[in-house]
Design a protein around this ligand. Structure first.
Ligand code: ATP
Ligand code: MG
Length: 611
């Protein structure tokens, strides 16, 4: 029930259009049924009351007198009465169709309005959610919820809802007229209703469970597809096509099985309804002719009119009885969309959080601990201090926790223990936005959006001009290769754009950081090897970037580390050593080993290459 209410909630902003649509539906339904009922005076005139009892002085007669009777003299010459009635029917149909337009147009407005609101709300929440959420949820599942499930839910909240409303009104109008004509016969035709109810309960339960499983599996299929796409290079180079195909077959196979099993139950619904309706029709025919022929309570023309109305009832009743099975996927979709919308945003501004005033003195990590998942500590008791304007290098083996340490500074994740202080103030006392906007981050993997080079450099900087973009690109040693691209700064890059090399991408990212001109800089060097020339260019670009800033650099390259004011050696989430290059080399610890293994290797390579 809460679920239904929450779905209906989305209609609230569109109550105006919805009421107009309802008015249209109501008028349409009433006029539609009435145009059928006009058969009765028509037939009556035609057969001149040959069959059955006399027209009773019931509510239906009064309705006729009040409407068509005002325009046509119903007791006049049969030929002109028939003509009059026919013309009257044409008029009714005309007006009915004006309302048909109103209901269709207004329904579409409601439908698309709800869709727009829902999409926007879901997207806003997507942007709000913490990185941790994206870490634990598969991208494909998220995409599936944002596309497929939203689609399902809006179909339910709008199309099925308006159709249901229309059908209910049509049914009510038809039944009301039928009751006016002969309440006895109408009630007799409805004996099948309680029967129908009994069939639905168990069926619905099965459908609900099946639909949920189908949507979950759809998410799995999308996830797998998405992972294959992003890792297509690896799949090919590892010749893992067969293995991936096998896994994908497994998923599509379960999807097929579950879908078909669920559909079996849904398919049963229609014939069941059909049979029950047939029972109703038989009762109607038998009892109706009894009333006309035996008791003479009902006039033949009225019987035929009532039959026509009951036929008209068939469509909406059929739809309404199928409705519970139709809305199941929508309900399940809504459930999954709401689960997404309810995923909490944990990293928020504290009450009374202040804008970050800028770094005056120092950044201090004090006993910082962190875990991505409960029971799996990634950082433990990490403490160090970085003076303003200095360069600190984080080094250590892969998976040591270097990226995690700098992610905590931008509050992409929240520390699990200890605190990070800037000029003595816990960073959780600053607003997230202001803190992040003073950080420039060049991350391990450069993300390029499908847009021009210029737009990629200027990403997030609203007042960038072509001059400032170019200046940043020059400083990042990117200007040369950018101007050599077919469209210069307007070349499309990123997904389905021109491919850039690793070194070029990095220089774009560095230009991005230079343009933002942040006081604190985080540079997470890519681990992938670059050729010597790009490496030299990237190196020079980094040199420009470091000037006059407070810098965290996660370094795999010799020169950056050697020049750093402080080197922090991390292993297994702990600080093992700190100091300057020479001092660390002298102490002969992990840094020396890493240096010999990694940095010395590249150093000798380089001197070898130079000769
Ligand atoms: N989003 C995440 N969810 C769960 N665990 C994670 C996540 N990101 C990293 N980890 C784990 O945390 C540990 C530290 O990872 P981190 O990325 O900080 O290492 P790193 O020192 O930057 O390594 P590299 O030099 O390879 O970049 C690793 O064991 C990693 O598996
Ligand atoms: Mg890393």
């Amino acid at each position: 029930m809460r679920l239904y209410l929450r779905i209906l909630h989305y209609l609230r902003p569109h109550l105006g259009a919805l009421s107009l649509a309802t008015v249209g539906m109501f008028a349409f339904a009433a006029l539609d049924a009435f145009s059928l009922a006009l058969l009765i005076p028509f037939l009556r005139t035609l057969f001149a009351n040959e069959a059955g009892g006399a027209p009773a002085d019931g509510p239906f007669e009064r309705l006729l007198d009040g409407t068509v009777g005002r325009v046509v003299d119903l007791s006049g010459d049969p030929a002109s009465v028939v003509r009059g009635i026919v013309l009257f029917i044409v008029g009714v149909v005309l007006v009915k169709n004006v309302f048909d337009f109103l209901r269709s147009y207004m329904s579409a407005r409601v439908e698309q309005g709800v869709t727009r609101d829902l999409r926007n709300e879901v997207y806003d929440h997507l942007l709000e959610l913490d990185l941790a959420f994206f870490g634990r949820t598969r991208t494909g599942q998220i995409i599936s919820r944002l596309t497929h499930d939203v689609e399902q839910m809006r179909t339910l909240a709008t199309r099925e809802l308006t159709k249901a409303l229309g059908s209910i009104l049509e049914a009510i109008a038809a039944v009301a007229l039928m009751l006016m004509i002969s309440w006895k016969l109408t009630l007799a035709a409805f004996v099948v209703v309680p029967l129908t109810m009994g069939v639905w309960g168990p069926l619905l339960k099965k459908l609900r469970r099946g639909d949920r499983r189908v949507l979950d599996l759809a998410g799995e299929v999308t996830s797998h597809l998405e992972e294959t796409l992003s890792g297509i290079r690896l799949v090919k180079s590892a010749s893992a096509e067969a293995q991936e195909r096998e896994r994908f077959r497994g998923l599509t196979g379960s999807y097929f099985g579950t879908f078909v099993r669920t559909e079996k139950w849904r398919a049963l619904a229609a014939p069941l309804t059909e049979m029950l309706a047939a029972v109703g029709t038989v009762v109607l025919l038998w009892y109706g002719s009894h009333l006309v022929l035996v008791t003479g309570e009902l006039e033949g023309a009225s019987f035929i009119g009532l039959l026509a109305l009951s036929m008209r009832l068939y469509q909406p009743v059929k739809y309404l009885s199928k409705l519970p099975t139709l809305i199941q996927p929508g309900l399940v979709g809504a459930e999954r969309v709401f689960e997404f919308l309810d995923a909490p945003v944990e990293i928020r501004d504290r009450e009374g959080a202040l804008p970050f005033p800028g770094l005056a003195d120092r950044i201090e990590y004090r006993g910082v601990g962190f875990r991505y998942r409960p029971g799996e500590p990634v950082l433990e008791d990490v403490s160090f201090t970085v003076e303003r304007g200095s360069v600190v290098a984080l080094v250590g083996p892969s998976g040591a926790g270097k990226t995690t340490i700098v992610d905590l500074l931008g509050r992409f994740y929240e520390v699990s223990a200890g605190e990070i202080l800037i000029d003595g103030v816990d960073i959780r006392d600053f607003t997230v936005r202001s803190l992040r906007s003073s950080l420039g981050i060049v991350s391990q993997e450069t993300v390029l959006f499908h847009d021009s080079v210029a737009a990629n450099i200027a990403y997030g900087v609203v007042d960038a001009t072509r001059q400032t973009i170019e200046a940043a690109a020059r400083a990042a040693h990117a200007h040369e290769f950018v101007t050599a691209l077919p469209g210069g700064y307007d070349t499309l890059v990123g997904e389905r754009g021109t491919e850039l090399s690793g070194g070029q991408r990095q220089r774009i990212a560095i230009a991005r950081a230079i343009l933002r001109d942040p006081p604190i800089l985080i540079f997470d060097e890519a681990t992938s090897a670059l050729d010597t020339e790009s490496e030299r260019l990237v190196q020079e670009a980094i040199g420009t970037l470091l000037e006059g800033r407070t810098v965290f650099v996660i370094a795999h390259r010799l020169s950056t580390v050697q020049k750093a004011d402080q080197i922090i050696v991390i292993e297994g989430g702990r600080v093992i050593e700190t100091g300057r290059h020479d001092a660390l080399l002298e102490s002969g610890g992990l840094y020396t080993r890493l240096y010999e293994l990694q940095f010395a290797d590249t150093a000798s390579e380089r001197s070898g290459g130079a000769t």
